[in-house]
Design a protein around this ligand. Sequence first.
Ligand SMILES: CCCCCCCCCCC/C=C/C(=O)SCCNC(=O)CCNC(=O)[C@H](O)C(C)(C)COP(=O)(O)OP(=O)(O)OC[C@H]1O[C@@H](n2cnc3c(N)ncnc32)[C@H](O)[C@@H]1OP(=O)(O)O
Length: 289
Amino acid sequence: MNIIRTVRSVAFSSIPNRTLSTTRSLSTPSAQYTAFEVNDKTGIATLTLNRPPVNSLNLELLTEMRNCLKDAETNKCKGLIITSSSNSVFTAGLDLLEMYQPQDERVKSFWTALQSMWMELYGSKIPTAAAINGHAPAGGCLIATACEYRVMLPNFTIGLNETLIGIVAPKWFVSAFLNVVPRRVAEQAITQGKLFTTAEAHHVGLVDDVVNTKEEAIAKCEQFIASFKNVNPYARALTKQQFRIKELQELEQQREKDLQIFLGLIMQPSVQKAMGIYLEGLKKKSKKQ
Ligand SMILES: CCCCCCCCCCC/C=C/C(=O)SCCNC(=O)CCNC(=O)[C@H](O)C(C)(C)COP(=O)(O)OP(=O)(O)OC[C@H]1O[C@@H](n2cnc3c(N)ncnc32)[C@H](O)[C@@H]1OP(=O)(O)O
């Protein structure tokens, strides 16, 4: 696998136009699981999730993601694309090992980091797009639906499958999903824990476009971001905020309560048991392959 390096605090306005290399990526010692590059010409940032084998979202990855999102906004990037370094998984969602038999302080930090990352992404002032180049269950779907645009490669799956694991998708997971699919479809799918195939997701509007390669997916995201080129960024950001402020304020005001509800649910013996069985199933399947 290519070693992907990470850029931090690169002011887009300070990046000179270069003809040979069009992306800038510098390394910082603290970034382990993400690559963050800014295209010099377009000003678009790409955040690549890079935590093999399945980009499961642990505390460190979530923290890095949030830092990259903040950097993209601070540096006035023209937009942000999220994708994965894997050929088959966008992200497998939350790292189940963070929630299974967890340590008290770590699991609190983990959930708090998820809340922060989501608020940063959902409330980002700049255009956001997901190039979904692999499976995107649960937390993967959460990231995709927090973006303004989604394009997906064929023959993968996406959805909120929490009920199949014996856990519950919190309200803010559901509200972002509801932004993109009709209520009836959402209720049925989320209660069933349905994972949509790419074709099904496109049919119900969970993804906007389907393309065959990662390169095409990135190009589609770039087109989406470029569609705002004649729009005042400040007016755009305020307009976007009007659509999203309710969910953001709700979570902001209820962060502690949301954390306590999360802890209360996952610490239930029956939930721990169900998670253990699910993890065991994943491991057995992985050994067979
Ligand atoms: C009233 C309101 C109350 C609200 C209270 C809140 C309650 C809690 C809410 C929690 C919300 C949860 C969100 C989530 O995101 S949970 C995670 C859901 N994810 C999944 O179900 C996906 C599971 N993974 C898969 O299906 C496959 O791995 C996948 C299709 C993604 C890829 O398949 P592939 O064949 O490529 O890879 P393997 O299955 O062989 O996996 C390789 C190894 O990775 C391990 N793995 C996979 N997924 C996870 C994961 N999510 N977390 C941790 N580990 C994972 C897998 O076990 C393999 O490990 P080994 O190599 O060690 O065997």
